[in-house]
Design a protein around this ligand. Structure first.
Ligand code: EPU
Length: 302
């Protein structure tokens, strides 16, 4: 979608919003899939309510983009504009065991920065690509931990009230790859409380997680991590593998040879290819195991 209305274009600089027009979402997602639309980069959180009223009053729909690492975006001209927080500097501030982190901060860098200051707990998240805001929204987790356990406060733009609010950790429910945030809430900043741990010990944990990840996941390839959630008590990757589906392809969309719940873009895969592969694998798992796999990856398909 192109923002052509001169009223909107003229108002954006006053709101501290940069218009990048048009942007290919393939360049902003780890799957390297996704069509084109206008991208609005927000440099000042406080202007979000005014920006959204402006867009709404002109009938411009929008989506919020984090790091684009758990996302499958449709092909072609997209029917909404994309909003993304610009990163701020510094984006992490420490205060005892508390870390105040900007939503746009890189998750891996946050884990290592805190580690260097003897704050641990998030070792499992090393190697998970994306922003802290995206990790919060999905309650990212790995190797027995999830980010939600450390959340004490979240500053967010809340779609329901159209305001910026601060929620306490107890007001938010963090479940397996799911939170009580609404899909159109925007994570702006978080206060984490992390356990004190010597850097050397944290580093050891980080090394172990890195090793496990390297040995079981296709790290150098274009993917969005796991495509399906694990059903209770089972592993989607193992089920797909047991059906002999590693290497199954639709165009350049392919079930990874390394981990069957990672679907990779092996070249110029389109969203159509990837969606067809996802539907195909889901159907085969349904008929073999009578299990309906749920998407873990977020799908923005018009
Ligand atoms: N397995 C296979 N074949 C495969 C893949 C896995 O047999 O192709 C088997 C493994 O040998 C293992 C079991 O399935 O016995 C579980 O595999 P793994 O340890 O890789 O964990 P997972 O359940 O597939 C989950 C998360 C990952 C996270 C890892 C490590 C989900 C959907 N996936 O994977 O998260 O990194 O545990 O904690 O919850 C993601 O969220 O995108 C993601 C990749």
């Amino acid at each position: 979608m192109r923002i052509e209305d001169p009223m909107i274009v003229a108002a954006l600089p006053e709101l501290n919003v940069e218009l990048r027009s048009p942007s290919a979402l393939a360049g902003l997602t780890s799957l390297a899939i996704g069509g084109t639309t206008d991208l609005l980069r927000i440099k000042n959180h406080e202007s979000i309510p005014s920006l959204l009223s402006l867009l709404d009053s002109h009938g411009v729909s929008h989506r919020f983009l984090g790091g684009g690492s758990n996302l499958l975006v449709g092909d072609g001209e997209l029917p909404w504009v994309v909003l993304q927080l610009a990163s701020s500097d510094p984006d992490i501030a420490l205060d005892g065991n508390f870390a105040h982190v900007d939503g746009a901060a890189d998750l891996g860098r946050t884990v290592t920065y805190c580690a260097k200051h003897d704050l641990g707990g998030m070792e499992g998240l090393i190697g998970v690509p994306g922003t802290v805001g995206g990790a919060l929204r999905m309650n990212a987790g790995a190797y027995g931990m999830q980010i939600g356990s450390y959340v004490r406060e979240v500053k967010l733009y809340r779609a329901a009230t159209r305001q910026i609010e601060i929620l306490r950790g107890e007001q938010i429910s963090f479940e397996y790859r799911h939170t009580s945030f609404a899909p159109d809430d925007m994570m702006l900043a978080v206060k984490l409380e992390l356990p004190s741990k010597p850097y050397k010990e944290i580093l050891q944990g980080i090394r172990i997680c890195n090793e496990k990840r390297r040995s079981s996941q296709p790290l150098g390839q274009k993917s969005a991590g796991c495509i399906f959630k694990n059903p209770p008590g089972a592993s989607a990757g193992r089920m797909i593998d047991d059906l002999g589906l590693k290497g199954l392809s639709v165009g350049d969309a392919r079930v990874s040879d390394r981990h069957a719940n990672f679907f990779v873009n092996a070249g110029k895969a389109s969203a159509k290819d990837m969606l067809a592969l996802i539907a195909n694998v889901r159907e085969r798992v349904r008929s073999a195991f009578q299990v309906e796999l749920e998407h873990e990856v977020v799908i923005w398909n018009a």
